[in-house]
Design a protein. Structure first.
Length: 255
């Protein structure tokens, strides 16, 4: 019995380490890979706002076009911004890692697998958590990724915000003693200058961008999803024949 209990405990260890995660409180985000409009908007934002610095080199423009149903001309006119890049090329960028390491301190990582490495919730929260901090090289900091080396690239859409709470306290779940309500970390962000989008529109834009990054991190999900019902149907049919075969084998044994 002791051995079984020990085995059970060891099996549960990975679950415990998962719970440790990022200290910051992340906002909920559930991706929808069948919302084409959102994915199209996400692709547009990604190319225009992220690919100045980040590549997604495990993904090709042509694959994005096929999976998301975007015509080749639209990709070529709107998403391929460099004349050196062709429709079948990977989503690479011109900036070299060596140059960007000098400019930013840390080179911007490739974003192909980022949504799986971190999580959709992390990216969604990270992109919405920049706040003004004059002590930092880019004049901004981030409550989800303290001392981040990335500038607030979506500032023209979101506007700028200052942080009204202690950044270290944001992750912790705090309860307002008067109202008895759990404090929402979003209440700590106070608008300083407005952006071109309202807060709700901005959240939607970041949702779309994150949704696109979730797609890029696992483009084969569409094939897997369309294959799944076929595999299940096959298993049901196979079960029927396997059952008949079993009956056939055991007929002689029983008699
Ligand atoms: C001006 C260059 C620049 C642009 C444009 C840019 N980033 Fe970054 N990004 C960086 C740098 C530099 C880092 C590395 C920061 C660090 O490790 O301190 C980074 C890091 C990241 C990370 C990793 C965070 C982590 O926890 O490791 C994510 C996710 C990310 N960027 C997403 C984006 C998205 C999405 C966009 C487009 C909206 C974008 N970035 C646009 C420079 C940029």
């Amino acid at each position: 019995m002791k051995k079984q209990l020990l085995a059970l405990f060891i099996a549960l260890v990975p679950a415990l380490s998962m719970a440790a995660g990022s200290p910051a409180k992340l906002d909920a985000m559930s991706p929808d890979l069948y919302n084409t409009e959102s994915l199209h908007n996400g692709a547009r934002l990604f190319v225009n706002y992220c690919m100045g610095c980040h590549s997604a080199e495990h993904q090709r423009f042509a694959r994005t076009a096929e999976d998301l149903g975007i015509p080749q001309e639209v990709i070529e006119e709107n998403l391929i911004l460099s004349p050196q890049t062709a429709y079948n090329d990977q989503m690479r960028i011109a900036m070299t890692k060596a140059d960007s390491a000098v400019w930013f301190g840390t080179p911007p990582p490739d974003l192909s697998l980022m949504a799986r490495l971190k999580s959709p919730e992390y990216i969604y929260s990270f992109l919405r958590s920049f706040y003004l901090d004059s002590g930092k090289p880019w004049g901004v900091n981030n409550s989800v990724f303290p001392d981040v080396g990335m500038p607030h690239v979506l500032a023209d859409l979101q506007g700028t915000y200052s942080l009204a709470c202690d950044p270290n306290a944001i992750g912790a779940e705090t309860i307002d003693p008067l109202k008895g309500k759990v404090a929402n970390p979003r209440d700590c962000f106070k608008e300083v200058t407005p952006g071109s989008l309202s807060p709700t529109e901005f959240d939607k834009a970041v949702y779309d961008l994150t949704n696109f990054m979730v797609y890029v991190a696992e483009p084969s999900k569409y094939q897997a999803n369309s294959l799944a019902p076929k595999v299940l149907i096959f298993i049901v049919i196979f079960f029927f024949f396997a059952y008949l075969l079993k009956k056939e084998y055991w007929r002689d044994v029983k008699h």
